[in-house]
Design a protein around this ligand. Structure first.
Ligand code: NI
Ligand code: MN
Length: 228
């Protein structure tokens, strides 16, 4: 079965196959997307870490449609305390089969994780995720710097699609992300986490040039989809 991947914007993607999944649903306040959070109807909401540009509308969407939030333990607990209906906590190195067609594994990500309001609430470690949906393997790196274990992730998984941050400043920039693509040995890449804010302004064509012929780079504008 084919999986439709829609770039909602920033690090947020919608995966539609036998399950409907959204990841890092930063929609309200994202200047680059026209999709509205109350239009989202899904079974699962994946959240890589607690920063507002990833947690985003997760709790609201969960309240709206009853979707299960899958997140690192502290963050999942935080979501539950904020009124999310269903949560499933996981952690780095752990995988769980949610249905016959959906398995998720958490990977490391070198970053931070906290919910920032009037106070700073610790939300555990940030993660990346390997999502096996309908026999397609998607790697969402979350927010991270380059790390050599990406080679291991590439050796242990046949990655059909890698979603890699290229914005620099908070995460990998184009050069490091292109190196990551080589380590991951993935067929296809969609760059993310760039151009939402001035500080992460990047030209995705520069990233594509660095990757060269080793993987296919698809540059999607917010709202655009691709089928894998
Ligand atoms: Ni972050
Ligand atoms: Mn971020």
């Amino acid at each position: 079965m084919r999986v439709k991947v829609t770039y909602v914007g920033h690090s947020c993607f919608l995966f539609e196959g036998s399950e409907k999944i959204i990841i890092d649903p930063f929609i309200s306040g994202n200047p680059n997307t026209e999709i509205k959070p109350d239009e989202i109807d899904c079974n699962y909401i994946l959240v890589t870490h607690g920063h507002a540009d990833h947690l985003g509308d997760a709790i609201g969407i969960s309240k709206n449609c009853g979707a299960t939030i899958i997140a690192p333990y502290e963050l999942a607990t935080y979501c539950q305390m904020q009124g999310a209906k269903n949560v499933h906590p996981m952690y780095i190195g752990g995988s769980f089969r949610f249905t016959d067609n959906l398995k998720i594994k958490f990977t490391i990500a070198h970053h931070g994780s906290a919910a920032m309001g009037e106070t700073i609430t610790y939300t555990g470690n940030p993660v990346g995720m390997l999502i096996e949906l309908d026999e397609k393997t998607i790697y969402h790196a979350g927010d991270t710097g380059l790390f050599s274990d990406m080679k291991l992730i590439g050796e242990l998984n046949q990655i059909d699609l890698a979603l890699l941050p290229i914005g620099d400043n908070f995460t990998m920039g184009p050069e490091d992300a292109a190196y990551a693509a080589g380590l991951l040995n993935c067929k296809e890449i969609i760059p993310m986490h760039y151009n939402t804010f001035d500080v992460i302004r990047q030209d995705p064509l520069v990233f594509k040039k660095y990757v060269g012929d080793s993987s296919n780079v698809s540059i999607l504008s917010p709202g655009q989809s691709k089928t894998i």
